[in-house]
Design a protein around this ligand. Structure first.
Ligand code: MTE
Ligand code: MO
Length: 356
C-alpha cells in the first residue's frame, strides 16, 4: 500500500503536501471510487485530529453559537447519504500546461476527480439550529492545516454564499463509502459542496462562521480566482464547476493492437444539470459518434460513458466532447480556456493513440 492508504499505482504529484490522482483505468472501473483510489489534494500537512477531543464551533452572525462534538452532530440532526463527485479546480491542468507553461502548479491529469458515497448531517440543519442571522450573506469554513503557500501563513479557510450553504445537498460528512473519513480526506469531519470546485469542500473542519462578506483568507480571497482584468480588479472567484468531459482509457500515448478499441471516460455536469450527450471523434473534428452514457447516481455525481471504435493502423487523435441538459457544450481548445493558474479546464479531451 502507498502513502495515506492509497494504492501503489497512484500518480503521486507530491508527497508533502500529499497530492495524488488515480490512473485513468482505475478511476474508470467503478461508479463509486474506492477510498484507496480517491484523488487527494492537500495544501499543507495532513493534521491528525483526535475525534474524542475534536469540536465544531459554529459562530459569527448566529443567534445561538454552538460547540458540537461528533456525537452531537450524529445524533441531533438528520443523517443524509449522497453519491457526490469532487473535482479539483486544477483537474486536467496538464492539457493547459501543454499550451503554455503554468509554473508552480500541479500538472493534474484527468484524475483529480473522484466519487464517493458521503454520509453526514446537512449544513443547513446545523445553521438553522444556530439560528443564522438574516444578514449573514456568506458562510466560512475553517480547518487547522497551515499551507506553506498561504501568504501570510494561516489556517485553511474559504467561504460559500449563504444560498449555497443553506441548500440541502451541502453536507458535513463524517463517513465516505461506509467507513469513517480517513485522515487524508478530512477526519473527523469535512464539508461536501457538490458541483463546486473541490477547494470549497473543507477537510478537518473545526469552525463554521456566518459573515456579511466572503472570507478574506488566502484560499478564498487570493487563490482560486481567475486573475484581475482591467475592468475586474479582483478577478472572478471560482465556485460552481463548468461542464467537463474526459477520456480515461486508453491513456494518452497508448500503442494498441488492431481491432476494436474500448474507449471509456466521464462527464460531470454543472450544478443542477445532467450530462445529455457525449461524442467522440477520430478524424480531427468532422464526424462524431455518440457514446453510451450512464445515468448519474444522484445530483452532483459524474456520468461515465463508453464506446467501441475500430481504428485504422497508424497515429490517431481521439477527441471527446459533451453537452449538458441546458444545451451548453465543452469548448474545443485548451487555448480558449487557458488561464495563468490553470483552473477548470473543460476543453475537448484529446488522446493520441498508435494502432499497430
Ligand atoms: N481542506 C483543507 N482543510 N485543506 C486543504 O488543503 N484542499 C481542498 C479541499 N479541502 C484542502 C481542503 C482541495 S483544493 C480539494 S480539490 C479537496 O479538498 C480535495 O479533497 P480530497 O483530498 O478528499 O480528494
Ligand atoms: Mo482543489
Amino acid at each position: 500500500m502507498g502513502m495515506w492508504g492509497k494504492r501503489d499505482d497512484m500518480v503521486v504529484h507530491g508527497r508533502e503536501p500529499f497530492n495524488a490522482e488515480p490512473p485513468g483505468a482505475v478511476l474508470a472501473r467503478a461508479a463509486v471510487t474506492p477510498v484507496d483510489a480517491f484523488y487527494s489534494r492537500n495544501h499543507g500537512p495532513v493534521p491528525s485530529l483526535d475525534p474524542a477531543d475534536w469540536r465544531l464551533t459554529v459562530d459569527g452572525l448566529v443567534a445561538r453559537p454552538l460547540l458540537l462534538t461528533l456525537d452531537d452532530l450524529r445524533s441531533r440532526f438528520g443523517v443524509t447519504e449522497a453519491t457526490v463527485t469532487l473535482q479539483c479546480a486544477g483537474n486536467r491542468r496538464a492539457d493547459l500546461t501543454a499550451v503554455r507553461a503554468i509554473p508552480g502548479e500541479t500538472p493534474w491529469g484527468p484524475g483529480a476527480l473522484s466519487t464517493a458515497r458521503f454520509r453526514g448531517a446537512r449544513l443547513a440543519d446545523v445553521l438553522a439550529h444556530a439560528r443564522i442571522a438574516p444578514d449573514a450573506a456568506h458562510v466560512a469554513f475553517q480547518a487547522p492545516d497551515v499551507s506553506p503557500s498561504a501568504d501570510p501563513p494561516q489556517p485553511y479557510e474559504v467561504s460559500v454564499p449563504r444560498d449555497r450553504a443553506l441548500a440541502p445537498d451541502v453536507l458535513l460528512a463524517w463517513a465516505m463509502n461506509g467507513s469513517p473519513l480517513p485522515p487524508v480526506h478530512g477526519a473527523p469531519l469535512r464539508v461536501v459542496v457538490p458541483g463546486w470546485i473541490g477547494a470549497r469542500s473543507v477537510k478537518w473542519l473545526t469552525r463554521v462562521t456566518a459573515r456579511t462578506t466572503p472570507s478574506d483568507a488566502y484560499f478564498q480571497a487570493t487563490a482560486y480566482r481567475l486573475p484581475p482584468a482591467p475592468d475586474d480588479p479582483r478577478g472572478v472567484t471560482l465556485g460552481p464547476l463548468p461542464l467537463n468531459c474526459a477520456v480515461l482509457t486508453p491513456s494518452d500515448g497508448a500503442v494498441l493492437p488492431r481491432g476494436p478499441v474500448d474507449v471509456t471516460g466521464y462527464a460531470l455536469a454543472g450544478e443542477g444539470r445532467t450530462v445529455a450527450r457525449v461524442e467522440v471523434c477520430t478524424d480531427g473534428g468532422r464526424a462524431w459518434s455518440r457514446a453510451a452514457l450512464e445515468a448519474p447516481a444522484g445530483p452532483g455525481a459524474w456520468q461515465r460513458w463508453r464506446t467501441t471504435l475500430d481504428l485504422p493502423p497508424g497515429e490517431t487523435q481521439l477527441l471527446a466532447r459533451a453537452w449538458d441538459s441546458s444545451g451548453a457544450g465543452t469548448p474545443e481548445s485548451p487555448a480558449q480556456v487557458w488561464n495563468p493558474k490553470g483552473y477548470v479546464n473543460n476543453a475537448w479531451s484529446r488522446v493520441r493513440l498508435r494502432i499497430r
